[in-house]
Design a binder for this molecule. Structure first.
Ligand code: SF4
Ligand code: SF4
Length: 397
């Protein structure tokens, strides 16, 4: 371990110079926190309650998330970095125009893991040159590793954890990608937003600057925020349309509305977004064309078209079957909302015979939601063998 890591404390003007150099890479926020005290006590309870759904990787990495020393032995500081992705007030992103399903705003960019990573590589080089650390003295993550980014960002004063569970910045509202660099460097920490210091063993509470506001939990279409700061993934549209690879619980499908990938409701209703500024970071690359895709185009996606349209985006990870599943749910909801019109029925009936049982199940549901007409599906039903699909032919929709 180098002398700089072992002894120096990066404070005052040297710390500010480090901040400026990191900002110059393209990070809109650069804040520092000391690795000490508690962060993530709530995680264990959240996992114990099963609120992570099928995200078993969260359980496997829980100890590391709670104790960064297990990720980087001897870590003393964490550099929290934010990249603003607010598209601006005139953007059509997530507009939800008729026949244009809604997408979470973050997804309408080239995959942020890929575009932010070069910034983290550059940040590492700055640490090596400026602080004299070795490559082994730091580790970086952008939503990919066992780091509780929101908790550390709150600790570093980058913002506060809202009752919607998101990190909310006073400068950028709810629209920040977060990345973190754990380092053995000792960097003087920034102050958190709270005025009174917390006892050393207490974590930053959720809702510090929410006041009496409850807009996010009230607006959530599927009642997925049971307590301030706690999101129950098992009820969350973001989880079900992105992380869940199987059947979406029937009772939640209507709440999905026209959201085909992710959900921004609890972010966009937040009054702190009044400070949001249009994004300009070079670490972000907007991906045009996705928000313009119509619902019929989505229902017609082929493997080749899916690969072409979603290449380089985070959306490609749900794979074609996941996106078709979501599009079926949206079609069922949109058509039902229009009084049971049938413009999507031919496509949905076709998808009821898709090779993926998950797609078939949601297509059957959508057909029945639009037109509870057994005749449309009679022939296909005769060939169906999968229990999960057969179940969709029965019961309420
Ligand atoms: Fe509710 Fe959507 Fe927020 Fe999930 S992302 S908690 S479904 S508003
Ligand atoms: Fe807090 Fe209101 Fe924003 Fe929810 S909507 S995070 S309660 S300020």
């Amino acid at each position: 371990m180098s002398t700089a890591v072992g002894e120096a404390v990066w404070a005052g003007e040297r710390r500010e110079e480090l901040r400026r150099r990191l900002q110059a890479i393209g990070f809109d926020e650069v804040r520092f926190a000391a690795i000490e005290g508690a962060n993530g006590q709530g995680l264990r309870e959240w996992l114990d309650e099963g609120m992570h759904g099928e995200m078993a990787w969260m359980e496997r990495t829980a100890e590391k998330r709670i104790d960064p020393g297990l990720v980087l032995n001897g870590a003393r500081s964490i550099i929290m970095l934010g990249v603003n992705y607010w598209p601006g007030p005139d953007s059509r992103m997530s507009a939800g125009a008729e026949a244009h399903p809604r997408w979470a705003r973050y997804a309408l960019h080239e995959d942020y893991h890929d575009t932010i990573r070069p910034g983290l590589v550059a940040a590492g080089k700055i640490l090596e040159k400026f602080c004299g650390v070795l490559e082994t003295d730091y580790r970086y993550y952008v939503d990919t590793g066992p780091v509780l980014e929101r908790g550390w960002a709150a600790r570093a004063g980058l913002g506060f954890r809202g009752k919607n569970g998101m990190l909310i910045s006073r400068r950028f509202g709810n629209w920040l990608f977060l990345a973190g660099i754990l380092t053995r460097c000792q960097i003087e920490p920034d102050a958190p937003l709270r005025k009174k210091p917390l006892p050393p063993k207490e974590a930053e509470p959720a809702g510090l600057l929410c006041g009496k506001c409850t807009r996010c939990s009230e607006a959530c279409p599927t009642q997925a925020i049971p307590q301030p700061g706690i999101v129950d993934a098992r009820r969350c549209i973001s989880y079900h349309t992105i992380e869940n690879k199987g059947i979406i619980p029937r009772e939640l499908r209507a709440g999905i509305g026209d959201r085909v990938y992710g959900c921004d409701v609890c972010l966009e209703v937040c009054p702190w977004n009044r400070f949001a500024q249009a994004a300009h970071s070079v670490l972000l690359v907007a991906k045009g064309g996705i928000a313009e895709l119509s619902l019929p185009e989505l229902l017609e996606l082929t493997p080749a078209r899916f690969a072409e349209v979603f290449r380089g985006t985070a959306i490609k990870r749900v794979k074609l079957a996941g996106l078709l599943r979501n599009a079926c749910v949206v079609a069922g909801n949109v058509a039902a909302g229009q009084g049971g019109t049938s413009i999507y029925l031919p496509q949905l009936v076709k998808l009821a015979a898709h090779e993926s049982a998950v797609v078939r199940a949601h297509a059957v549901w959508a057909v029945r939601r639009i037109a509870d007409d057994a005749g449309l599906l009679a022939e296909i039903r005769g060939t169906e063998k999968e229990v999960v699909v057969l179940a969709e032919y029965e019961g309420p929709v």
